[in-house]
Design a protein around this ligand. Structure first.
Ligand SMILES: Cc1cc2nc3c(=O)[nH]c(=O)nc-3n(C[C@H](O)[C@H](O)[C@H](O)COP(=O)(O)OP(=O)(O)OC[C@H]3O[C@@H](n4cnc5c(N)ncnc54)[C@H](O)[C@@H]3O)c2cc1C
Length: 399
């Protein structure tokens, strides 16, 4: 006989952990299944930025692309609030510190871009101001002289990517969720009004049943959706991160750049985390197909580019030894917006992935929890529908 649940969540990253906690706190009988260890993949390897301003990848392709990306700002506002609440509830293990974020400009074009970006963000309700050169250097005297302006968002900050998902998972278990690790889902079949979940632990088969299945499986969402006869239109992307040795506290801010791939922040222990979306190489099988379980490779030009961007913004990092560089793998949708909601053609199945799921995980957890409990989600999820690309293609074809 199978163990039966109201909701099964597949994936024990930040999103799965936040979902299990949220559902359990509403009294839902929830099971979380994780094939490896909690937080072993993207959620434990990312930069830990809580970024609510439009990122460089969203503004580099002009104002129209930025306008489309800005449609996700309501999700960011909700997450900004929820991270604060979670920080107060769960405490230091989340490592939440929302002390503000600066996005830098080092030329006149960049400064103009910041103004247009801030206007767009404010029109969606995000608190952002643009600081001139003097104001920027007064706030952050360690920035390079070349910095001409910065947009400042007081809600931005960081959480500890190494500890946040495990802390949320412990909270979920405390609220009654069942969490099983080393259990990989191998099959998802519809039986009547429920899902039959086939899984394996150390090659031993197991089965579970659930009314609802939520895919929180990062780059594996599409693979799992295929088991349900559906698809998730995201691509896997490998990215580079580095961490330096500890140094005395010098910045409380999340630092990004409007004209370069850069995120830079200092951890509570004093290390400087450097990232910002520099590409790495996905691992591949012998036949050339992508191996999502394999170790991605660092690309030397990305490593050099990321270091140069960091030093150009904060020159003092030149003297800090780099302790480690690593690769993480995440998902992106073609329009850079997240993918959240029901899985087309798979009744009772839901998914969330795409983009900054570390920042947005708490909002996705609340919205999906409302949706699967039959409540109207507090935010309109239609812009993030899984099937929006089919519709766009259909519209183009019709035109
Ligand atoms: C280098 C890097 C830096 C980033 N920086 C940031 C940042 O600063 N801020 C931000 O917001 N975002 C950032 N991101 C993106 C962010 O890390 C991801 O969007 C987020 O962690 C995804 O969380 P998740 O829980 O959806 O997926 P994951 O953390 O990937 O978790 C999915 C889990 O599903 C499990 N799973 C998969 N298949 C199965 C199966 N068949 N059975 C059971 N379990 C399964 C996996 O083992 C995995 O543990 C970054 C990403 C990278 C790679």
């Amino acid at each position: 006989m199978s163990a039966r649940y109201d909701v099964a969540v597949v994936g024990g990253g930040l999103l799965g952990a936040a979902l299990a906690r949220e559902l359990a706190s509403d009294g839902v009988d929830v099971l979380l299944l994780e094939r490896d260890q909690i937080n072993q993949h993207a959620s434990g390897r990312n930069a830990g930025s809580l970024h609510f301003q439009l990122e460089y990848r969203m503004i580099e392709r002009g104002l129209d692309a930025a306008r489309r990306a800005a449609e996700a700002i309501p999700l960011h506002l909700e997450s900004a609030r929820l991270w604060q609440e979670l920080g107060a509830e769960i405490g230091p293990a989340l490592g939440v510190a929302q002390r503000g974020g600066l996005m830098l400009a080092t030329d006149a074009e960049g400064a103009r871009r910041l103004e247009a970006k801030a206007e767009l963000e404010r029109s969606w309700g995000l608190e952002v101001s643009v600081l001139d050169r003097t104001e920027t250097h007064r706030l952050a005297p360690y920035l390079a002289d070349t910095v001409l302006a910065a947009s400042y968002c007081p809600d931005e900050g960081k959480a500890n990517a190494r500890t946040a998902a495990p802390a949320l998972c412990r909270a979920a278990v405390g609220l009654g969720a069942d969490v099983l690790t080393r259990v990989g889902v191998t099959g998802l079949e519809r039986e009547g009004s429920r899902w039959k979940i086939r899984a394996e632990q150390n090659s031993v088969p197991m089965t579970f049943e659930a009314d609802i299945v939520i895919l929180a499986a990062g780059v594996w969402c599409d693979e799992l959706a295929a088991m349900m006869g559906s698809a998730v239109p995201v691509e896997p992307v490998a990215l580079t991160m580095s961490v330096t040795a500890r140094t005395a506290p010098f910045t409380p801010y999340l630092i990004q750049h409007a004209g370069a791939r850069l995120s830079l922040k200092q951890t509570a222990e004093g290390n400087v985390l450097i990232g910002g979306g520099w590409p790495a190489r996905l691992a591949s099988h012998a036949d050339g197909t992508v191996d999502l379980r394999g170790r991605g490779e660092i690309v030397s030009t990305s490593l050099a580019g990321n270091a140069a961007a960091a030093i150009a913004a904060v020159p003092s990092v030149t003297s800090l030894p780099v302790l480690r560089t690593w690769v993480g793998t995440t998902t992106l949708a073609p329009d850079q917006l997240p993918v959240v909601g029901p899985l087309p053609g798979a009744p009772g199945a839901f998914v969330a992935t795409g983009g900054s799921v570390f920042t947005l995980g708490p909002a996705f957890a609340v919205l999906l929890s409302e949706l699967v409990q039959g409540r109207t989600p507090r935010l309109d999820l239609r812009p993030y529908r899984v099937d929006r690309f089919d519709r766009d293609e259909a519209v183009r074809d019709a035109g």
